[in-house]
Design a protein around this ligand. Structure first.
Ligand SMILES: Nc1ncnc2c1ncn2[C@@H]1O[C@H](COP(=O)(O)OP(=O)(O)OP(=O)(O)O)[C@@H](O)[C@H]1O
Ligand SMILES: [Mg+2]
Length: 247
């Protein structure tokens, strides 16, 4: 059982030559094992923040501190699969890059594919998959490294509503089984309330936290919950916070 990694930022600042100040003096505390949704107007700096947390980009000031030896995985909006590799070998890629032996990495990749319900698709090529399946491969490829922290940047935004809801369920299930920390960027209020325990709402640039909400919802999330009054209430609270933030 993975405990999940905590995330702490202090005085985080990121300035782009032409873009100006995107993140300014941001302090953030994310508990190990939590599921946090990040929302805010387009261009406010959510992807920038995720990239800073992942170490894909460096801050101009301030620090990002992750729990010791935390393993981090990133899921982008596009699946970013290698078109000439089958599903199994796309999934195994991070382990191949980490020089894990072939037997072990293929075993781990098969496990990760089973976890996202794609055990039967291992020998397919990306172009033979639906958009939802491609995203699940992308998720499996992130899980194969057994991350303590999983960063997702609008992963399901391009999918149809039913597929998106199914993947929401799968992600939530994986999170509760694996105990990892999740930071999930979305523009969907319903998706945020359904998936997360906590939502951070950012203002337009530079990104400041305008609301920090804890959802009072059962740990067990089912499709039926989406239609319940408690869910509508939490989603409404989040929507109000977003409107205040100028989204
Ligand atoms: N590498 C870069 N160089 C210059 N400007 C950048 C760079 N990356 C991001 N920006 C600028 O930083 C701002 C924040 O971008 P970011 O992608 O973090 O926003 P976002 O909140 O993820 O938006 P969206 O919801 O549309 O995805 C934007 O104004 C963008 O143009
Ligand atoms: Mg973005």
């Amino acid at each position: 059982m993975v405990a999940g990694a905590s995330v702490h930022t202090a005085g985080l600042r990121r300035v782009f030559d032409k873009g100006g100040v995107v993140i300014d003096d941001l302090d953030l505390e994310i508990a190990a094992g939590s599921f946090v949704a990040l929302l805010g107007p387009s261009g406010c700096g959510k992807s920038t923040l995720l990239r800073l947390v992942a170490g894909l980009d460096a801050p101009d000031a301030g620090t990002v501190t992750l729990a010791k030896n935390a393993r981090v995985a990133f899921v982008f909006q596009d699946a970013h699969l290698l078109p000439w590799r089958d599903v199994l070998h796309n999934t195994a890629l991070p382990l191949e890059l980490a020089k894990v032996g072939v037997t072990e990495r293929l075993r781990e990749a098969r496990d990760a594919l089973a976890a996202v319900g794609l055990a039967d698709a291992s020998d397919k090529l990306p172009h033979e998959l639906s958009g939802g399946m491609r995203m699940r491969v992308s998720l499996a490829r992130a899980l194969v490294t057994k991350p303590d922290l999983l960063l997702l940047d609008e992963p399901f935004a391009a999918l149809d509503e039913m597929t998106r809801q199914r993947l929401d369920d799968q992600l939530r299930e994986l999170w509760s089984q694996l105990g990892l920390t999740v930071m999930f960027v979305t523009h969907s209020v319903d998706e945020a309330a359904y998936l997360a325990e906590r939502a951070l709402v950012f203002s337009s640039r530079p990104a400041r936290i305008v609301a920090d909400l804890l959802f009072e919802l059962p740990r067990e999330r089912t499709v039926a919950l989406r239609a319940e009054a408690v869910f509508a209430k939490e989603a409404r609270g989040l929507r109000v916070a977003l409107e205040k933030g100028g989204a």
